[in-house]
Design a protein around this ligand. Sequence first.
Ligand SMILES: Cc1cc2nc3c(=O)[nH]c(=O)nc-3n(C[C@H](O)[C@H](O)[C@H](O)COP(=O)(O)OP(=O)(O)OC[C@H]3O[C@@H](n4cnc5c(N)ncnc54)[C@H](O)[C@@H]3O)c2cc1C
Length: 288
Amino acid sequence: MQIQELIPLAPRTTMRIGGNARYYAELQTQRDVEEAAQFAREKSLPVIALGAGSNTIFADGIIEALVVRVVANSIEVSGNTVRVEAGASLATVVTHLAKRGLDLSPLTGIPGTVGGAIFGNAGQGPRGTWLDHFVQTVTVFLEGEWKTLSREECGFGYRESIFKKLKNPLLWKATLSVPSRAAREIEQDIGALLKKRSVAQPFTRTAGSCFKALPDGTPAWKVIDTAGLKGYRVGDLQVSDKHANFLINTGNGTFADAAHLITEIREKTGTPLELEMRFVEESGSLLP
Ligand SMILES: Cc1cc2nc3c(=O)[nH]c(=O)nc-3n(C[C@H](O)[C@H](O)[C@H](O)COP(=O)(O)OP(=O)(O)OC[C@H]3O[C@@H](n4cnc5c(N)ncnc54)[C@H](O)[C@@H]3O)c2cc1C
């Protein structure tokens, strides 16, 4: 494993926003994870896990942390049991399993890695299917130790998991239980879901839904749309015309623009919308 200094983070996020990581490393083995944790401890820096950056942006300066990316991405199938490493792309897992008659199609069209999906329990909206539906166990490196947690211990909820509350957890792999169905039917569903998304969502520099649905299930896009904010801009950051809960970087958008825009959206809607996206500040902490 190589630990690099001052590595640009913007190209590692789908929104293309962020400054540099003080330190950055790609983790291929469990030994790499242990060494990275040791390095960060010696430097008294937090470890920040990054997947595909499809739900994350970083502050514009230097992020005082060791930013790590799990690149281990194997997928092992045995009957209906699937063992998948955190660096695997979720879309690749969905299509790979479909060919083998295993149905993970409700998770179609969600960019990012398995690690990111476990962390935020990615899935459909507040009443849809989420990743936790398929999870049996999750293996995580936590405070210097390897642990395998059962689904119940992961504390999953709508875009929630216990990992959001723990200090620097590093998700390594998951065991999933995936139901069987005819490959052709699964592939048809995947095609239909991708088509639906292409109509409803922008495909540009975005990080997906910025805010969670309200506790009563009202989608955040509805709240933002009702306030007339589609197309609203701060600098090069814009509320998408196509989907009011997607923020778009239309050019050289910055973290400061994005932070300003979310403040304005909360003020103008009069609603304390909770962030789904991760806004990582220079200190490594998150915007509330
Ligand atoms: C066009 C578009 C559509 C989207 N649609 C959906 C949708 O329908 N449903 C949905 O749920 N999301 C959606 N998203 C958001 C995003 O795809 C998900 O949140 C995804 O699961 C993030 O995965 P990632 O690997 O990119 O995570 P990142 O953005 O890299 O990270 C997200 C969080 O997970 C943590 N993390 C990532 N990997 C690890 C790891 N190995 N160990 C510990 N922590 C880790 C990071 O620290 C960070 O806090 C969409 C995004 C886009 C751009």
